[in-house]
Design a protein around this ligand. Structure first.
Ligand code: ZN
Length: 173
């Protein structure tokens, strides 16, 4: 990637600002991130606008978890990826690109053909185990913090506090 298009602050800021690979449907999956060794996010309930699910898939093992923000287990995530997890993977691919998602989760997918479907298929083919949802509360609180930034007036300057979000590496849970 050439840096000819980068503005001065983009070059000088220590925070890497990564634009979405493609526009995302915020209403369906309002929050998704690659952090703490997981792909994790918040997914709206299809039927109840007042309910959201916190979904996650662990890098390497693909151990998955899905529960409501009130920590009730998701009925669809018994033994397999539920629709929330699938939607989250799809949105992560839009946000980060399939290649980066696959690399983070350590999915062996052909980079030339990787897309949400192939990444998801590669993980489900490995028959991942259901993980625990102990991180759900933490993910949800990060989502709420993220929401607070959406309410800020648009600005072209960097937000120093956004550097709180880890940009690289995984923190052992
Ligand atoms: Zn679910």
């Amino acid at each position: 990637m050439g840096d000819g298009a980068l503005s001065v602050w983009e070059k000088s800021s220590t925070a890497r600002v990564v634009p979405s690979a493609r526009p995302r449907k915020l209403a369906k999956v309002p929050f998704v991130e690659l952090a703490d060794g997981r792909l994790q996010g918040v997914v709206s309930s299809g039927s109840d606008i007042g309910r959201v699910y916190v979904s996650s898939v662990a890098a390497g093992t693909y151990a998955f978890a899905c529960s409501t923000n009130n920590n009730r287990p998701c009925g669809g995530a018994r033994g397999m990826f539920c629709n929330h997890i699938r939607a989250m993977i799809g949105e992560a691919v839009l946000q980060y690109g399939a290649e980066r998602v696959a690399r983070y989760l350590r999915v062996e997918a052909d980079a030339a053909e990787a897309d949400a479907h192939s990444v998801t298929s590669a993980m489900t083919a490995a028959r991942p185990a259901q993980g625990d949802s102990s991180a759900a509360a933490q993910v949800f609180s990060r989502f709420l913090r993220h929401l607070a930034y959406l309410e800020l007036a648009p600005t072209t300057g960097p937000l120093p506090e956004m550097q709180w979000f880890p940009t690289t590496g995984a923190v052992a849970a």
